[in-house]
Design a protein around this ligand. Sequence first.
Ligand code: PLP
Length: 394
Amino acid sequence: MKTELIKKENRNILQTYKRHHLIVDKAEGVHIYDVEGNEYLDFLSGIAVNVLGHSHRKIIQAVEKQMSRYTHLSNYFYQDAQIEFAEKLIDISGYDKVFLANSGTEAMEGAIKLVRRWGNQNGKKEIIAFTGGFHGRTYGALSLMDKPHYKDMMGPFLNNMKVIEYNNIEALRANINENTAALLFEFIQGEGGIRPADRDWSNEIFRLRDEFGFKVIADEIQAGSGRSGRFFSFEHYNLRPDVVTLAKGIGGGLPLGCLLVDENLSDVFERGMHGTTFGGNALACVAGSVVIEELENGIMENAENVGNYLERRLLEIQKEFPDKVLEVRGMGLIRGLLLSFDAARLVSALLERRVVTNSASGYVLRILPPLIITESDVDVFIVALRYCLSDMKI
Ligand code: PLP
């Protein structure tokens, strides 16, 4: 059956993904089960999506209840599911207003349109992003990314967009001017290898913002929704961006993207200027409400505490294997190990030991468990990691 299904997939689906050679039967809590009955410890959570783990009882109940009322109506109607979620999000985030979309790249697209329109109204044209950033697969996001593989032979891209070196203060000073409409970055780069922004560099961005009057967009799609131990990863920096994008974890497994803006940008879009058919779908919104409630009910604290424990254990591993593990990165439950060899090899070895992880930017093992994990889940992971690293030839 396994080979037959995989052949069918190959025949019918565009081959854009490198998939693991396993077919999933079900997933519960921090575990995934394949059709052969094997249990996997999930330290990837659907690439930072399943913050409450899989098949969370409250998400299932909320979605089932909503399904029995209605699934989709269109944004022509006021819907309590959407309105309640938006209120929770505004309360927890401290932002003024939200636009609801379906995915990360769509939230980014909204952010880009918003700052472009604001920029055009204020005589500022250019948007600047940074090397190693990942913002999605639509043209707006791709135009603000540098990695050739995502863009090869797909041009032309949007104009008045520039990508400069991440964490380089001189590059900032050389490129920002009166024409700068916005800067976009991740405070912790996910795909870029779990790279945190330097404090001096990010402080300089906000100093320059005060000098030149551009807007700062924080892409919190991967590091946000409580994963860093705070709702937004930028809260660790005591800085406040003007625009924030969220997706992945906020929907708890349902497709939900959010564009949050500060008060001074709340009126940039007029009615009809921006929209989406499915954005703010009722099922995704009730799941999103459960996510926020659970984060506030101790899950975010758990991410911080278990995240600190994970860091301690990873530092032990680094001490044991100093020629293989060069650096431990990240905060809360967004962690990375910089390796001296291709991280894909370690991902495969861990999968053989029934642990799911992933690699980022070639040499980084990316660790993104559900935020509900316990210290004993970390211990299981560390045992598998130690076993794989001792076996690994470099
Ligand atoms: N921004 C960041 C930081 C991401 O990690 C991703 C996805 O990996 C995106 C944007 C794009 O999100 P989506 O895949 O939901 O379009």
